[in-house]
Design a protein around this ligand. Sequence first.
Ligand code: DX5
Length: 234
Amino acid sequence: MTERGLDRTLPGGMVIAPSILAADYARLGAEVAEAEDAGAEWFQLDVMDGHFVPNLTIGLPVLESLRAVSDSFLDVHLMIDNPGEFLEPFAEAGADMLTVHQEVSAHLHGDLHRIRELGCYAGVALNPATPAETLSEVLGYVDLVLVMTVNPGFGGQKFIAEAVPKISTVLRMAADRGLPPPAIQVDGGIDPASAPECAAAGASVFVAGSSVFRWAPGIAANMAALRDALAPYG
Ligand code: DX5
């Protein structure tokens, strides 16, 4: 159980969540602080195991280090096989949210309940080929649905616009079941050009890696450009 627990309020409104996958790891703390100075209060940490996705990235030490220096909302996106085996260590390391992939969570219902028992918000991610309907039995147990707008594994990929209608499908499924709407997060190729159509469809959390940390003219201006693009949506 992290000292945060579920009493920590999910940042509201249109949230830009820089993905540290695109950050410079020789300056990670400084770049996170720069993004916080530019208004970021939610970061996504992309954990990849080289099995579920064809890339190997970060793990517990990076989360522990960031938790020690940042009070931002830390959202851990587990792109790993058997995510149920790692929920406790990531919660203990300071995650505020744990997001598992529907495609590899053999016991998704149990994983989502376990995430909340550990004091974290529960997220479930859908790859572009995975229908929203696969969540029909668990929508009552998620705080957030991550609609992937790329095939996971790497930053800097092209936005997959065909994934956008899935946003409204998930929201309609929740409404049809009389459930509160989960936060809808989009991730992959999110920038000032692609974010608006996701917002119009109902997304409220925008994971942006390259368009925050990699693009000229820099983090503060990139955050401002995303905020401006999302301003008409609340
Ligand atoms: C999926 C990763 C990326 C990353 C953001 O593999 O989850 O989507 O967070 O990448 P950009 O914003 O550079 O497309």
